[in-house]
Design a protein around this ligand. Structure first.
Ligand SMILES: C[S@@+](CC[C@H](N)C(=O)[O-])C[C@H]1O[C@@H](n2cnc3c(N)ncnc32)[C@H](O)[C@@H]1O
Length: 233
């Protein structure tokens, strides 16, 4: 029988072709703005060129497009377990960007090698999250930056949060289902957010691993969170 993780990866293989279109429509294009802001804030903090950057759960390569645009002379590697998502990324990205198939819990890089590791809308899909976070800590250099952009769980919902939840629970799966012909995949999105961590729980895990958190931000009705963490030991 297939594991929960294998089923999640199969689901992304299945929706890869329409993934970008669905994102743009379902998020009213703000997913693009959040990725861009995550990159710009990180680069301002690190304030150097010639970086070694890894984008884990790179999917169709949208985060990498930002790293290419805004960082100077950086070496960029994308990692994702879904071959179909990677194939779309290959079509969009220049050949200098290396793409490899792999999971967050097992990154084929030596210790202390990476200046920046990003994961955008990916961590929620990683079943063994503690293993993955330790792996991120392992491959980052001291002072290296971990950038997490993710839909985090909310403990208490105010009125605006409830409207946003109604959209993600009731409307998003219908529109996503129509675009991708895969209702289940877009029903999975709000379910996976409810099963995920709150921003505070994620911060706690990172601090325990030895990260400090210079930047954190919540976006639109607390739906999405950005954490920029720095390896401190
Ligand atoms: C919602 S997409 C995000 C893609 C991209 N980062 C973006 O910003 O659009 C989630 C990605 O996580 C990948 N993924 C699923 N399980 C994973 C795992 N265990 N390790 C790394 N990536 C995983 C999927 O294949 C998919 O490409």
């Amino acid at each position: 029988m297939k594991s929960k993780q294998d089923n999640i990866i199969d689901m992304f293989d299945n929706i890869a072709r329409n993934y970008d279109l669905a994102n743009r429509i379902l998020s009213f294009n703000v997913d693009t703005k959040w990725r861009k802001e995550a990159c710009l804030k990180t680069l301002k903090l690190i304030n150097r060129d010639h970086l070694k950057i890894i984008d884990v759960a790179c999917g169709t390569g949208d985060m990498i497009l930002n790293w290419i645009k805004f960082s100077k002379d950086s070496k960029i590697l994308g990692i994702d377990p879904s071959i179909n998502m990677l194939n779309i990324a290959k079509e969009k990205l220049p050949n200098e960007v290396k793409l490899i198939q792999g999971e967050a819990k097992n990154i084929a890089i030596d210790d202390n090698m990476v200046d920046v590791l990003s994961i955008a809308y990916g961590l929620r899909n990683v079943v063994e999250i503690d293993k993955a976070l330790s792996e991120f800590h392992r491959v980052l250099k001291n002072d290296g930056i971990l950038v997490i952009l993710e839909f985090t769980k909310k403990d208490n919902e105010n009125f605006i949060d409830k409207i946003a939840s109604f959209y993600t629970r009731r409307i998003l799966p219908i529109i996503g289902g129509l675009i991708s012909k895969n209702y289940k995949a877009y029903k999975y999105l709000p379910d996976s957010v409810s099963d995920f961590l709150t921003l505070e729980e994620l911060e706690e895990k990172l601090k325990k691993l030895g990260f400090i958190i210079p930047i954190k931000k919540r976006y639109v009705a607390n739906l999405c969170s950005l954490i920029i963490a720095q390896k401190n030991n």
